[in-house]
Write a protein of this length. Structure first.
Length: 92
């Protein structure tokens, strides 16, 4: 094949992918929008144990409570998570 033909095909493919990505991103953003009047879609930085963390809040009703579960690493979370939630279910 001619090098200019390969470059032309690569350019057409790149432009097509860029257009598709641009249109798909806008469509997905519209679909994920919170449509309720009491909804929340907000991010903020907070300090937890002296470390600045980013929290992203998203929901259809900002009056509903949020459970923030802080764990000590992946293994601890995977091992204890079912026990913690079963305990929380008992104290309701």
């Amino acid at each position: 094949m001619n090098h200019s033909l390969i470059i032309f095909i690569a350019a057409i493919a790149s432009i097509s992918m860029a257009i598709y990505w641009f249109l798909y991103t806008k469509k997905r953003a519209r679909a994920c929008h919170i449509h309720t009047p009491n909804g929340i879609d907000k991010g903020e930085y907070v300090t937890i144990s002296g470390i600045q963390q980013f929290l992203y809040h998203r929901g259809e009703n900002k009056d509903h409570p949020v459970l923030l579960f802080l764990h000590w690493g992946l293994a601890v979370r995977c091992f204890l998570l079912p026990k913690i939630f079963s305990f929380l279910g008992k104290i309701k």
